[in-house]
Design a protein around this ligand. Structure first.
Ligand code: MG
Length: 252
């Protein structure tokens, strides 16, 4: 099972890791523009991690070569930043993790490059709201299935499909701890959530079918049908009330 936060030092470090992740994602959101190569976004992430005295959670993880996952348009997750040039109207999922004082933070945002089409904007907004629906269902005493089904119902009732092969996860001293958190499921099923657990919820929604394929680089995951995909993520701590969102933007 995931870490159960018990001490002040633990929650302080997890809050700090979460804040660093959220702040750096916002810096990248502000700097992203048409004409940039995706590797420039990774450079920003690396520079800001150093400024914050934090370490990358992703670089070297199972051999991943970058600090940031950059997944464009029909790419769902795990895109490797490189020479690809961003164009007006692209949507870009930025997934980022940091380690501070031995604890991990993990979050993702999907952003539009310049002006994007209404259908892309709607996809991003619905993905953000599906995450909020999941967060709203996550509290002490609730089943994990409540969280999964809240995300699924929100997305599917609005006509989007949920990616099934990739899930959220517990997080703490390790990036991926138990339990796995599918973005689909049955209310009342699965383990019971307890105060102090820390979870990374990360819905991935597609405009078309839920099926995926693996890219030639053996990292990038794409929609099988080429449709647009969006991905957002927060790291949250379970309490008796609404969860504490550790990766919430503090400058908004
Ligand atoms: Mg994650």
């Amino acid at each position: 099972m995931s870490i159960i936060i018990k001490t002040k030092a633990e929650i302080t470090a997890m809050r700090e890791a979460g804040r660093i992740v959220a702040d750096i994602l916002e810096i990248i959101r502000e700097e992203i523009k048409p004409g940039m190569e995706t590797r420039e976004l990774d450079t920003i992430a690396e520079r800001e991690l150093e400024k914050q005295g934090a370490k990358s959670a992703f670089k070297g993880y199972k051999g991943f070569p970058a600090n940031l996952c950059v997944s464009v348009n029909d790419e769902i997750v795990h895109g490797i930043p490189g020479k690809r040039v961003l164009r007006e109207g692209d949507i870009v999922s930025l997934d980022f993790g940091a380690i501070y004082d031995g604890f991990q933070g993990d979050a993702a945002i999907t952003v539009g490059v310049g002006k994007v089409k209404t259908k892309a904007e709607r996809l991003i907004e619905t993905t953000e709201d599906a995450l909020e629906a999941g967060i709203g269902a996550a509290r002490h005493g609730a089943s994990l299935g409540n969280v999964s089904s809240a995300i699924q119902n929100y997305a599917e009732s609005r006509g989007y499909s949920i990616v099934r092969e990739y899930t959220g996860h517990g997080i703490g001293r390790e990036m991926h701890e138990e339990p796995q958190i599918p973005n689909f499921g049955i209310a009342g099923a699965g383990p019971v959530l307890k105060k102090g657990m820390v979870l990374a919820l990360e819905p991935m929604l597609n405009i078309g079918d839920w099926r995926t394929r693996l890219g030639d680089d053996c990292w990038t995951v794409l929609t099988a049908d080429g449709s647009l995909s969006a991905h957002v993520e927060h790291t949250i701590a379970i309490t008796n009330e609404e969860p504490e969102v550790l990766t919430k933007r503090t400058n908004a």
